[in-house]
Design a protein around this ligand. Structure first.
Ligand code: SF4
Length: 485
């Protein structure tokens, strides 16, 4: 007789694990993506998932070990898992308690460019009537400093904000003065096409640590075609401006954003090459938004979501190959999603937050004193739709504006965890609730997700990122680096 009993005597006779809240969505014919409330994810074979959900998965199975490690189940050895999960969820949502950190000041609607896809209505250069008055700027600053957020970022927008540089100077000086008592971490950004950049402006930016954000759509011909201005030299001025800013303020003090027009669709490689040639380490491949002039000129409908997705995938693959060859370069939208996939940090990108980012992630003070729930909301208002106008800085109080039904109702209605389809979608922790986009395209704050370009675009990108990581160890490593940059 043996001193020990047979091994099977020591195996559990029944499965004793508890399945924690999770969602699953098909990745391909064989596999599912499973996520939990904290956004942790696994890809899992269909049969394994079935076995797991029937409480039949043996605890010796590698999938069991992975599911336990990522808080998809609790058993006798993991009693602490619900607390860990709760901690991660609290970390993920902690930005909500800080409320609005980003305050957009539209200091003028005037602009000397006439971009056909411009998302705000621009006026000719001599229309001083479209500048923000001092009284409005000071009242908007009152709102800014009421925000409970320890961080305040004031971003100057237009039109072309440098056409009202005097007001920028006033707002920066006043904000710094108020901040002596408030003690916030205060930052400033000017979003400019750089055509009017000068030494005087740069001296001021250096003295006050102001960042510059500009637009670069790609190589010269594409950029100039997209962004007409008198003289047809938008590209030349932008490039000269970028060099000047770097020279005077430092290399990292200027960033660039691009917009994808129909002409961009066949040249994603050239656009990325242009960013590399200009010394940028990243690009944000963005589709056109359905607001402002993009709609009026029908530019928005000039290409379908599928064509944009082809453009995006080609671009991302090109960037991956650059990295494989030793050229570090990053795509910002992918990096934002990957941060949500691999960390408990929510980068707070307005389009990819739930509850929606309107009013919480950003607020826009228009030149005339109207307050909008986001930059897109005020673009919509320029088209005559004031659904997301929260009030006026000179007429309403902080409480009236941030408690306005125009803000609370869309936030409530679009909350993804109670929206049809999103509530069951494994990608929800990475996605967002974009009530402004859905209001514009469907006429309500939720939209019909099976027909929503927002939904199909994001779902395709989530799947694409996961599949690329699954099939290529290099990509998995690279994407983890992007997530934690
Ligand atoms: S919008 Fe689409 S991809 Fe995003 S959570 Fe909802 S169903 Fe999922």
């Amino acid at each position: 007789m043996s001193a020990f009993q047979e091994l099977n005597v020591y195996q559990p006779t029944r499965q004793t694990y508890v399945v924690l809240p999770l969602r699953f969505t098909g990745l391909n014919d064989r596999q599912y993506v499973v996520t939990n409330l904290a956004g942790e994810f696994l890809t899992i074979e269909r049969a394994t998932l079935q076995s797991f959900l029937r409480h039949e998965l043996p605890n010796s199975d590698q999938a069991y070990i992975d599911l336990r490690a990522q808080h998809f189940l609790v058993d006798d050895s993991t009693a602490i898992a619900p607390e860990l999960l709760a901690l991660k969820i609290r970390t993920r949502y902690r930005r909500l308690s800080q409320f609005t950190a980003l305050h957009l000041f539209v200091v003028t609607l005037r602009c000397e460019h006439s971009c056909p896809y411009c998302q705000v209505s621009r006026q000719s250069e001599d229309r001083v009537a479209f500048d923000m008055p001092d009284s409005v700027a000071r009242a908007a600053l009152d709102f800014c400093f009421r925000s409970p957020s320890p961080d305040l970022k004031i971003e100057f927008q237009g039109g072309e904000p440098l056409l009202n540089f005097e007001l920028i100077k006033t707002i920066v000086g006043e904000a710094k003065e108020r901040n002596r008592a408030a003690g916030k971490r205060l930052a400033f950004v000017i979003a400019t096409n750089l055509a009017l950049m000068s030494r005087e402006i740069l001296d001021f930016c250096r003295a006050h640590d102001i960042l510059i954000s500009t637009s670069l759509d790609g190589p010269k011909a594409l950029h100039n075609a997209n962004r007409p201005r008198p003289g047809g030299d938008s590209y030349e001025r932008t490039i000269a401006g970028i060099r000047l800013v770097r020279d005077q303020l430092g290399r990292d003090r200027v960033s660039a954003l691009m917009t994808t027009t129909e002409s961009s669709l066949d040249c994603v490689g050239e656009i990325i090459d242009e960013y590399l040639a200009q010394g940028f380490g990243e690009i944000f491949l963005r589709p056109l938004s359905p607001y402002g002039f993009a709609i009026r000129t029908k530019a928005y409908r000039a290409y379908s979501a599928d064509r944009w997705l082809d453009f995006y995938k080609k671009g991302l693959d090109y960037i991956i190959e650059l990295n494989r060859q030793g050229v570090p370069f990053l795509e910002v939208y992918a990096a934002t999603i990957l941060k949500k996939m691999f960390t408990s940090d929510d980068p707070g990108y307005v389009d990819l937050t739930n509850p929606a980012g309107i009013g919480i992630g950003a607020v826009a003070y228009n030149y005339d004193g109207d307050v909008y729930a986001s930059d897109e909301s005020r673009m919509l208002a320029e088209m005559g739709d004031t659904t997301f106008r929260l009030g006026h800085v000179l007429k309403q109080s902080y409480e009236d504006i941030f408690g306005a039904p125009q803000l609370l109702e869309p936030l409530d209605a679009s909350f993804a965890q109670s929206v049809p389809m999103c509530t069951d979608c494994a990608f929800e922790p990475y996605c967002g609730a974009d009530p402004v986009f859905h209001h514009k395209t469907f006429g309500d704050f939720v939209g019909r997700k099976p027909e929503s370009e927002f939904c199909s675009r994001n779902m395709t990108i989530f799947r694409f990122l996961i599949e690329r990581m699954q099939s290529d160890v290099f990509v998995k490593r690279l994407f983890r680096q992007w997530a934690t940059r």
